[in-house]
Design a protein around this ligand. Structure first.
Ligand SMILES: Nc1nc2c(ncn2[C@@H]2O[C@H](COP(=O)(O)OP(=O)(O)OP(=O)(O)O)[C@@H](O)[C@H]2O)c(=O)[nH]1
Length: 828
């Protein structure tokens, strides 16, 4: 929507949006400067040259097939929206005439090629070409004022290096995800313009044409399905039996080189407790091998399909919706005969295909419902979002059946995986070209590991790593510095190393062996943590200066309250780590932490929102200084008071909701309640992180497994996960305030919680929100986008609470529904 200021008179701004028009209207004044024609049914734009004073023109969401040639007459045009049409071709000769054009949005069309003279639109600063079919954007070279470039989801294999030349480039934003990029690889582009520039600079200095190929392969599936067996057998090239007691805890990583491809195998444990870490490690652009035990799979029991397959496919679809999933059925030897194997294969494939197709049908139906609504303009964001979900294409390949104990079957699977990877139509992630210098440095790191110059645990200071590499390569210290930074970023993104550049206390340290870090994670995030704690010996307790009776308290607190004392955590991590790190007390201390300082592991667990430091509060405190209404940045209230020798709350280990229920009491009829719906469902682990995120804002909170209660001033706010008619939503429920100032606090509180929900939900790209849920009390839905929320002011909020309908147009992504009983007015 155009920004219209109050001074704009009607002849200057002409809103013709959403009127199902097939032609331009005749009665618009020729002096019109801004025309909004979005969401009509225009196929051609004939007659637009009658408005030579147009500065802004919005033709988005029409049915335009040809780029309107007449636009060459709009010489004052500065902003042009042509997104969401069907344009296949832009003729030559347009852009030399649009000398004032600054903003051009052409996303979601069918362009395969750009006109060679597009670079004569020399004023263009913003250009969106995402979601087309472009193979080449070389014609953009010469757009010297370009600041923001979007070319997501095209068919680009290269970006033109000239666009990024240091001296001339004004680009500040370049988004190129979703292209089969080789030069620079997508992982370099993800780092933004600076990383791309650095890449091209090194390519200039050390050109390379050879393609390096690394494929992250993730093994997912239920516990005991055979993931570790598959992973290790593939690596060894022969069947490897895994003893039952040798189950995967957390994640294991290993490598395999085959036919010039480096596979990084990530073997994820199947038990529920580990799902909590999956958001950290399940990343896009990987091959997923979903393993199912065919012997235990039941055709007749629908739960079997749900648990063993659909749960995983659904999770993958929510988290990495563009992935390729290879289904592997193990334990064939334990099925009665080949016939049973084939029946199960057929059943699984049919059910997967029908569920995937069904999901699409539901999405399409939802889209139709919105389009047919009396006022579809209220739903444009929802429609966009549904379009995005429809565009994702999770590829689930046919199931391959194997007996992991048979040599022949392991060979069959290995060549099948290679074929899948090499067939680019199936697997987007192909080889990528790196500057020679990157390869040299990468190789040097590899050699240093092999020569054991880098300790086995792989934790190394950045500077120390640089010094070691300098002894191995012919590079100046200065150029190594820049190469190393970009290279480490790249290696981190493809999953070879871990470097948390953004966590200030960890930014000077590199984890050359990710498996080390993960094994630290799994000492804490594990299904048998209580037993592990019970097994702590007297010697270990003494080392930490703790008494045996403290151990009983720890066990009790973990079991009943989901709280792990930091002292207990230190003991557990130290016990695990001392097996890996020998004779390096300083490092052990750094990882484990001390009574005065948090260690690496605790920092990471909090960074990834697995736990939060507890400051278990007392009763309601009317003077609690936690909230500062209208403060832009939400600081963690407990941060300053965090005690490294305190305890951490792990919502995953909580058993019940008792404490929350007790404190909250009964729902009241006049409670304020905001619902945030999610479609298709709330992912596993999502709510635990909501709890961690929201509770970290408050000093006083009580937490249950699927609920948490926050205290703001003397107001209570309940956040909980619920379902209505199978539709999952998160409810934020507050006691109705009495005083004005409390009311404002409450508004900020709701806003803070919702903002956390939105930030979090962005990490699941396959997730959107429920659309049709009218308010049961008033019958009229109030739909809000996140941007609407931010833009609402207190006065709007008062009106809402009074039951007045407030309509917000525009906005971005997900919508929220306000449900305030209409008859309960606030006295303000
Ligand atoms: N007979 C037979 N046994 C298999 C086959 N595949 C796996 N197994 C056995 O099944 C058991 C479980 O296999 P794992 O590879 O540990 O299973 P997982 O999926 O990694 O399990 P978690 O680590 O708990 O997530 C092991 O004892 C394997 O040796 C198979 O095809 N045939």
């Amino acid at each position: 929507m155009f920004p219209v200021n109050d001074q704009t008179t009607s002849w200057e701004f002409c809103d013709l949006s959403g009127q199902k028009r097939k032609f331009l209207p005749q009665d618009v004044p020729v002096h019109t400067r801004s025309m909004d024609l979005q969401r009509n049914k225009l196929k051609r734009v004939t007659g637009i040259s009658r408005f030579p004073f147009l500065v802004q023109l919005n033709l988005s969401r029409n049915k335009i097939m040809e780029f309107p040639h007449e636009l060459i007459n709009l010489q004052k045009l500065e902003e042009l929206y042509l997104n969401q049409n069907n344009i296949r071709h832009i003729p030559e000769g347009i852009f030399p005439n649009l000398r004032r054009l600054k903003f051009l949005k052409l996303s979601t069309n069918r362009l395969t090629k750009l006109p060679s003279d597009i670079n004569q639109g020399t004023c263009i600063t913003y250009l969106d070409l995402s979601k087309n079919c472009l193979k080449d954007i070389q014609p953009l070279v010469g757009l010297t004022k370009l600041k923001e470039l979007f070319v997501k989801k095209n068919e680009l294999t290269e970006l033109p290096s000239q666009l990024f030349h240091n001296g001339t480039c004004e680009l500040t934003v370049c988004k190129a995800m979703g292209n089969p990029l080789r030069c620079p690889p997508e992982e370099v582009c993800a780092g933004g313009v600076m990383d791309i520039q650095s890449y091209f600079q090194h390519m200039d200095e050390n050109p390379n044409t050879r393609s390096a190929w690394t494929v992250k392969t993730m093994f997912l599936g239920c516990s005991m399905a055979g993931k570790s067996t598959l992973c290790r057998s593939l690596r060894e090239g022969k069947p490897v039996a895994i003893a039952v007691e040798d189950r995967t805890e957390g994640i294991e990583i290993s490598q395999l080189y085959a036919e010039g491809i480096r596979f990084l195998f990530w073997d994820f444990a199947g038990q529920e407790e580990y799902y909590l870490t999956h958001h950290v490690f399940i990343t896009p652009r990987a091959l997923v091998i979903l393993t199912v035990d065919l012997a235990s799979y039941s055709i007749v029991d629908p739960q079997s399909f749900n648990d063993q397959l659909w749960f995983w496919i659904n999770n993958i679809q929510l988290r990495v919706p563009d992935s390729v999933v290879l289904l592997v059925g193990t334990h064939c030897d334990q099925c009665t005969d080949q016939e049973e194997v084939m029946e199960k294969k057929k059943d699984i494939e049919e059910k997967v295909n029908s569920r995937l197709a069904n999901r699409r049908t539901v999405l399409k139906q939802q889209k139709r419902n919105l389009e047919e609504n009396a006022n579809p303009s209220l739903f444009t964001d929802q429609l966009d979002e549904l379009d995005c979900l429809l565009e994702y294409n999770l590829k689930v390949l046919d199931l391959i059946t194997i007996d992991c104990t048979k040599m022949e079957d392991i060979g069959k699977l290995r060549s099948h995986v290679l074929t899948c990877i090499q067939s680019e139509s199936v697997f987007l992630c192909s080889g990528c070209i790196l500057p020679k210098s990157y390869e040299t440095v990468s190789q040097a790191i590899h050699t240093l590991v092999a020569l054991q110059k880098i300790p086995q645990h792989g934790i190394i200071q950045l500077e120390e790593l640089r010094d070691l590499i300098l002894n191995h390569v012919k590079l100046s210290s200065e150029s190594l510095k820049t190469i190393l930074q970009s290279l480490l970023r790249y290696l981190h993104r493809i999953g070879v190393i871990i470097w948390y550049e953004d966590i200030s206390v960890l930014s000077d340290r590199v984890f050359i062996q990710p498996s080390f870090l993960i094994s630290m994670f799994k000492t804490i995030v594990r299904h048998d943590l209580v037993q592990q704690l019970e097994g702590v010996s007297r010697d270990l307790l003494m080392q930490e200066g703790a008494l045996v009776k403290e151990k009983f308290t720890w066990v009790d607190d973990l079991r009943c309250r989901g709280t792990l004392h930091n002292a207990a955590m230190r003991i557990l991590v130290r016990r695990a780590i001392e097996k890996l790190i020998k004779d390096d007390d300083d490092l052990v201390e750094e990882v484990v932490g001390t009574k005065r300082e948090e260690g690496i592991i605790l920092t990471l667990l909090q960074h990834f929102e697995v736990c939060l430091p507890t400051l278990v509060g007392g009763g309601l405190n009317p003077h609690a200084p936690v909230f500062t209404p209208s403060e832009k940045q939400w600081k963690s209230a407990s941060e300053a008071k965090r005690d490294p020798n305190g305890a951490c709350l792990f919502p995953i280990y909580l058993q019940d909701e008792l404490i929350v229920c007790q404190k909250w009491g009964e729902n009241r009829q006049d409670d304020l309640s905001v619902h945030v719906y999610f479609l298709p469902e709330i992912p596993h682990g999502f709510f635990h992180r909501v709890i961690v995120k929201t509770c970290s804002l408050y000093q006083t909170h009580w937490v249950g497994r699927e609920q948490c209660l926050l205290c703001c001033g003397n107001r209570l706010c309940l956040v909980r996960q619920k379902k209505r008619d199978e539709d999952p939503f998160i409810e934020i429920r507050c006691r109705r305030p009495e005083k004005d100032e409390e009311f404002r606090q409450l508004w900020d509180l709701i806003l803070a919680v919702i903002s956390k929900l939105f930030v979090l939900s962005r990490q699941w790209p396959g997730l959107t929100q429920q659309i049709h849920t009218p308010c049961p009390e008033t019958g009229c839905p109030h739909y809000f986008t996140w941007r609407d929320w931010q833009e609402l002011n207190n006065a709007d909020f008062y009106n809402l609470v009074k039951g007045e309908k407030l309509v917000c147009k525009g906005g971005h992504t997900r919508r929220t529904e306000l449900l305030f009983p209409k008859d309960k007015h606030m006295s303000l």
